[in-house]
Design a protein around this ligand. Structure first.
Ligand code: CAA
Length: 395
């Protein structure tokens, strides 16, 4: 067993940390306040290789492992979660989905632009009445012979307006249930794609979240991903990997709040000594450090299992549920450590507390992660740990 990171992984972590501290931190409070999309910052992230980290170099990506991606996500999420969710959707859902399941033509046409950050992608599964219950798709794509005709509405779509490409999940045959669902690559410039107003959110406020309407959009046959009826499994497989990215985001939020709390606790004195010399504060820091360490190990294990072609379904769900609960709990505590200063924007922790909440909701709520974990336990009889007795999984 080896818990050490490689030289390359450490270099990626340090580069992401420097970028987040130097380029993202200066304007993050203003962007959160005004909901301004981080256009320049996302452009820089593309140039630095953060938008297609795991994509093979032949398609313009960084060819890195999932552990490196999780390390970069953690560092960027310590500072700006609007940037990290944009990065996460583009990397884990869109690029990974296209590289793993797309045709060579689809990869040449779309992945090469998405991997470099020249284009941004969105993943369109959730609907007004299909969130956790993802098989209840109302969006339809009717086979018209030489194309599909797409109609429906998708909700809470990250990168909805800024993206050039949507991966859209739609029902092609209502009689077949989840086996009658397909996934399509839709260009946002096509006739019939309408974008709703940007959502005014509790957290990740400058990220680009919209309702999308598809009205008689003609989708070429060659833009379907995989075999007919593969769309639901495509969504599940893509989300399983995506959950590692969101778990890393939640870890970054918790770790960012913890770093701020530790620094503040040295500077602030009360009753004649730094507040971290009072057990009430020191124990909070100890609990934060312990949960963050556990979350980090779970995130890295899930990423490592994915890189080693093991079945990481349970490990990814466990990492997400644990890290997102830790992020919520410890950002609240970090605000408490800061006292009145924690309640004002200048000290950053209140923003991290607001950002934490979404990690318990998107890419599968904490309740859905528990559904996934309990099903895996009962299906496999694996009562020990995700890694012991794990089967191989090619994708
Ligand atoms: N990998 C591969 N296949 C899978 C799978 C997985 N992880 N999970 C399920 N499947 C397959 C099943 O094997 C089954 O196929 P067969 O019938 O051929 O055996 C099929 O999919 C249906 O599975 P279930 O019967 O288990 O389906 P279900 O209706 O009970 O739902 C669920 C399962 C886990 C609850 C699923 O609906 C789910 O994950 N829901 C949450 C959806 C979600 O995460 N939404 C997030 C929105 S995207 C987002 O947030 C992005 C963003 O912008 C940030």
């Amino acid at each position: 067993m080896n818990f050490e990171l490689t030289e390359e992984q450490l270099a990626v972590r340090d580069a992401a940390r420097d970028f987040a501290q130097n380029e993202l931190k200066p304007g993050v409070i203003e962007r959160d306040s005004t909901m301004a999309y981080p256009t320049e910052q996302i452009k820089m992230m593309g140039e630095l290789g953060f938008m297609g980290m795991m994509v093979s170099p032949e398609y313009g990506g960084g060819g890195m492992d999932t552990v490196s991606y999780a390390l970069a996500m953690e560092e960027i999420s310590k500072i700006d979660n609007s940037c990290s969710v944009t990065m996460s959707v583009n990397n884990s859902l869109v690029c990974w989905g296209l590289e793993t399941f797309g045709t060579e033509d689809q990869k040449q046409k779309y992945l090469t632009k998405l991997a470099t950050g020249e284009w941004i992608g969105a993943f369109c599964l959730s609907e007004p009445e299909a969130g956790s219950d993802a098989t209840s798709q109302r969006t339809t794509a009717i086979d018209m012979g030489d194309h599909y005709l797409l109609n429906g509405t998708k909700n809470w779509i990250t990168n909805g307006a800024k993206s050039k490409v949507h991966l859209v999940i739609a029902q092609t045959d209502t009689e077949k249930g989840h086996r009658g669902i397909n996934a399509f690559i839709v260009e946002t410039s096509w006739d019939g794609v309408a974008i709703g107003a940007k959502e005014d959110k509790l957290g990740i406020r400058s990220s680009d979240t919209h309702t999308i309407m598809y009205n008689d959009v003609k989708v070429p046959k060659e833009n379907r991903i995989g075999e007919d009826g593969f769309g639901f499994k495509f969504a599940m497989k893509v989300l399983t990997g995506g959950r590692i990215g969101i778990a890393a985001q939640a870890l970054g939020i918790a770790a960012g709040a913890y770093e701020l709390a530790v620094a503040y606790s040295h500077d602030r004195t009360a009753f004649g000594k730094p507040i971290n010399q009072h057990q009430a504060i020191a124990f909070k820091l100890a609990d934060m450090a312990t949960d963050i360490d556990a979350a980090r190990m779970m995130v890295h294990r899930a990423a490592w299992m994915k890189d080693n072609h093991m079945d990481y379904t349970m490990a990814a769900a466990m990492a997400k549920v644990f890290a997102s609960d830790a992020a919520m709990k410890h950002t609240v505590e970090a605000v408490q450590v800061h006292g009145g200063y924690g309640f004002v924007k200048e000290y950053h922790v209140e923003r991290l507390m607001r950002d934490a909440k979404i990690t318990q909701i998107y890419e599968g709520t904490s309740e859905i992660q528990r559904v996934v974990i309990s099903r895996e336990i009962l299906k496999k009889g694996n009562l020990y740990a995700p890694i012991l007795g794990s089967s191989k999984m090619t994708v």
